[in-house]
Design a protein around this ligand. Sequence first.
Ligand code: SIN
Ligand code: FE2
Length: 207
Amino acid sequence: MQAPGPAQQALAPGAVLLRGFARKTDVLTALAPLLAAAPLRHLVTPGGHTMSVAMSNCGALGWVSDRRGYRYSKDDPLSGRPWPAMPAGWRDLAASAAAEAGFDGFRPDACLINQYLPGSKLSLHQDRDESDFSAPIVSVSLGLPAVFLFGTTQRADRPQRYRLLHGDVVVWGGPARLAYHGVAPLADGEHPLLGRRRINLTFRQAG
Ligand code: SIN
Ligand code: FE2
């Protein structure tokens, strides 16, 4: 019999992978109504490239991109209305994951919802559109497994690769807050709860 892996894996100083941390929370029930209110869409980067990941948001602020740049916005540009509220259960999950990783008092005001279909990827980037880097980023993986790339604060450093499964949570903050990260092209598969896709939630203190 294989011994269970450690529940916490340090990726770097300030960065922790919490295996299965979200499994005890019902995250999925809230998802469909949120995406009905603010549908997934493929954003365009300032450089004019259409992203392969489809995105939406919930919370007081949402991350958006267009030819004018990346930024947080109070309103969904598709509807002109505020983003749907962040479910309390999602906020609490993010705060408890942050606390588990050593970041007390995390109060996310933005949750970016990413959908990856087979082949979708996210290029290496830093999360740097938030106003205050003292709060961590909390990332919840759902559905199909993905290869998460996690590097250092130097773009030229080759990132490490981690396989993220349904329910895994990664928290990065402190010295890792501006680490480069991304997602390798999603392999095809079928997840019992989410089908042929991966959903990632990233919680931020943006405002
Ligand atoms: C992100 O960097 O915003 C998403 C990371 C992920 O999908 O795991
Ligand atoms: Fe990111």
